[in-house]
Structures are given as C-alpha cells and as structure tokens.
Design a binder for this molecule. Structure first.
Ligand code: PLP
Ligand code: TYF
Length: 394
C-alpha cells in the first residue's frame, strides 16, 4: 500500500531551520522560524508560566480526560482575552485545539461541513500552512492582493478590488494582527471598510490570531477581531497561545464560532465537540491549564502582561534600530516600513537571489520570500543585518 505514496513538499520554514543548524559559521544569524528569542538567542519560559507550572505540579490531582472542548474555564478565559466584552459569551462556541494550527484545521473542517461549496479567500501572501492545509482538504482557495511590493505596506485598494469577487457563503481568512509573513497590517478605518464589504457580500470572516500582544498591545491587537465579531452575523476565530504565552510545544489553541443568533450557539458547540472527537478526541490540556491559571490569577496575569510588554517593546526597539541603521547606510527613507510593520515578521521585499546572497556572504538566514523574524536580532547583530541588506542591493 505504502508504495502508492508520493513525496510531499517540505515546509520551507522548517527546512531553513535545518540549513541554519548545518551552517558551521559562528556569527550566523537566524531570522527564520517564528519563535521569540531574547538578546542571547534563547526562547525563555515566561515567568508566570513557570510559576503556574510549579503550582500545578503541587495541586494537580488527576490526569483523567477533560471534555471534548477542553476545560470550560480555558474557553472562558481565552474568549475573554480575545473578544473582551465585544460579544456576549452566550453567542460564542469554543473548543480547545492542539495549537493555533489545530484551530485553523478544525475551522476549515467546520466550513466544509457547513458549506461544501465554500471558497476560502486568502491574502497573497499568507502563512504557508494555510495554503497547505486548504490544499490537503481540497477546499478551493482564492488569493486576494495584500502586500504592496513598492511601499511594503498593505495594498488596500487591490485587496478590496479582489474581494469584490466574494460570494455569499464564501469565507475570507484574515490575520487578526501582526500579519505573517509581511508584518503589514490594516488600520481600523480599513478594517471597518472590510467589514462593510463582508456584510454587503454575505461572506463569513475567519480570523487567525496567533500574535495577540506582539503588535501594539493585548487590547490594541484584539481591536480588529472584536470589531468583526460584533459586526457580522457569523464568524470563526482561530487563536494560538504558542507565541504570547511562549508555550509553543505544549500545543495550545482555541477555535471560536461566533453567531449573533443565540439559537446557533448550541449547534456550533456541538459541531466543534464533534469535530474534535473525529480528529483527536480530547485536546491537550497542560498548556491550556497553564494559560487558564495565568489569566485568572491577578498576580500571575500582571507578571505575564509585564513580560509580554517587555517582549513586544524589545521587538519594537529592534525595528527602530534597524530602520535607523538602514537609513544611515542607504541614505534613503525607503526602509522606514520596518518600523511601521508590527509583530515578529517583516517582509523586506528582497529577491530570492538577494536572500541567497545574504545567506552566503553574511550568514543571515531569512525565509526565501524575504520574511525575517525580528526577534532573531539583537543590538549587536542589527548593524550586521543592515549592512547585508544594503550590500545585497535590496
Ligand atoms: N497562524 C499563524 C498566522 C501563525 O503564524 C501560526 C504560527 O505560529 C499559527 C497560526 C499557529 O501556531 P501554533 O499551531 O504553533 O499555535
Ligand atoms: O511562521 C512561522 O514561522 C511560525 C511557526 O509548519 C511555524 O508560524 C512555521 C511552520 C510551520 C508551523 C509553525
């Protein structure tokens, strides 16, 4: 049977991790995979998470199964973190998932179940896993313009023009904040215009929010998803705790289905539970439990928020430093977009050849589409990167 299998394309981001490992140069710089790193290149366990883990070890009495949707307290805590009081809790169905990826996958499954003819509109570019999963599930995917190669900001006119083709029952996938891979984001005026278009078309928004707290702050980063959830009749939200709690390997995510019609909540919750059962039964609990503890304990929460702010401000500082350094070296303002972008990533608009030159000549590893992870830098490596960017002719 297995002889019928075909080689599957590798994930380019994960491939790059391997290439970096194999490079013997000591001064190489890893700007690849989206993992936060401090100035010494470590990905620390956040203080509040570590403290919660200690408490949990003392207090946990059982490892028996939770529910199909995970621990309800986790759902409540995360719905509140993401949606605030934008919609009544009674309108939200929520299920824990293995990571944000699990939430994305379950969301696509629910879409296909509800409307097998639904097309999913995705930003060009988007996180490669979106495309890979959609293709695997044989869901029709339609790209919409997103990134302006000239300004390195959002091509909002192009985006709206392409979304004019959306039909009732189609799904429009958006990144709630900190767009991956570009770092370019809509402003609130643009989000409002997008919501108007979705309402006019009868399209269902799906929001992937994997970096809440990494852009402009926990509340600020949730503004778009809250606007959407409170404006449209139905939407799906896939949230990840991997980055903002630093618990990548614990696989902690949440899928939310929001409906203005309260009668739909029960059906949606039942569907989310059903889909969890079809795919993995009970979702992982350890990370979810830590998140719940951190979010519901005042002291832990305050410490988590403080550390998340440190992380966010460190990345903003690196953005400012890099933009400044590039302005000095290039004698132009054309790299100002790096300080405007938000989140871990910026697509700098280099050609694949220029990306390769930076790798060969300077040991700088960014993804082939010229996405760099800002958190892979520190004060000392910023000038090295700036020189590489300018010398490669970007
Ligand atoms: N969505 C986007 C846009 C991402 O960048 C990521 C990666 O971190 C995820 C979802 C999900 O990540 P995870 O499955 O590790 O929670
Ligand atoms: O985009 C990134 O780098 C993160 C991490 O298959 C990631 O989202 C990368 C590839 C992948 C899963 C997660």
């Amino acid at each position: 049977m297995f002889e019928t299998l075909k080689e599957q394309p590798a994930d380019k981001i994960l491939q790059l991790m391997q290439l970096f490992k194999e490079d013997p140069r000591e001064n190489k710089i890893d700007l690849g995979v989206g993992v936060y790193k401090d100035a010494s290149g470590n990905t620390p366990i956040m203080r509040a998470v570590k403290a919660a883990e200690k408490q949990l070890w003392e207090a946990e009495q059982t490892k028996a199964y939770t529910g199909l949707a995970g621990d309800p307290a986790y759902g409540d805590a995360m719905v509140s973190l993401v949606l605030g009081d934008a919609v009544p809790r009674s309108q939200v169905a929520a299920a824990a998932t293995p990571g944000g990826t699990g939430a994305v996958r379950q969301a696509f499954d629910m879409i296909r179940m509800a409307n097998p003819a639904a097309r999913v509109f995705v930003s060009d570019p988007t996180w490669p896993n979106h495309l890979s999963i959609l293709k695997h599930m044989q869901i029709e995917t339609v790209p919409y313009r997103y990134f302006d190669d000239e300004t390195r900001g959002v091509d909002f006119d192009g985006m709206m023009a392409d979304l004019d083709a959306v039909k009732s029952g189609d799904v429009v996938l958006v990144h709630g904040c900190c767009h991956n891979p570009t770092g370019a984001n809509l402003n609130m005026t643009q989000w409002k215009a997008l919501v108007e278009l979705l309402l006019a078309k009868g399209a269902v928004p799906m929001v992937d929010i994997a970096y809440q707290g990494f852009g402009d702050g926990l509340e600020e980063d949730a503004q778009a998803v809250r606007l959407i959830a409170s404006s449209v009749p139905e939407c799906l939200i896939a949230a990840s705790c991997s980055k903002n709690f630093g618990i990548y390997r614990e696989r902690t995510g949440l899928l939310m289905a929001v409906a203005q019609d309260p009668a739909k909540q029960k059906l949606n919750q039942g569907t989310l539970n059903y889909l969890n059962r079809q795919n993995f039964s009970f979702p992982p609990d350890h990370g979810a439990r830590l998140v719940t503890m951190v979010l519901t304990d005042d002291a832990l929460r305050a410490d988590w928020q403080a550390e998340l702010e440190e992380v966010r401000n460190t990345m903003l500082g690196l953005r400012e430093q890099l933009a400044g350094e590039l302005q000095r070296l290039s004698g132009s303002d054309r790299f100002g977009f790096i300080a405007q972008h938000r989140g871990m990533f910026s697509r700098i608009g280099a050609t694949p050849e220029q990306v390769q030159t930076m790798r060969d000549d300077f040991g700088v590893y960014m993804v082939g589409d010229s996405r760099m992870n800002i958190a892979g830098l520190n004060k000392t490596t910023v000038p090295i990167l700036a020189e590489a960017i300018v010398k490669a002719g970007v």
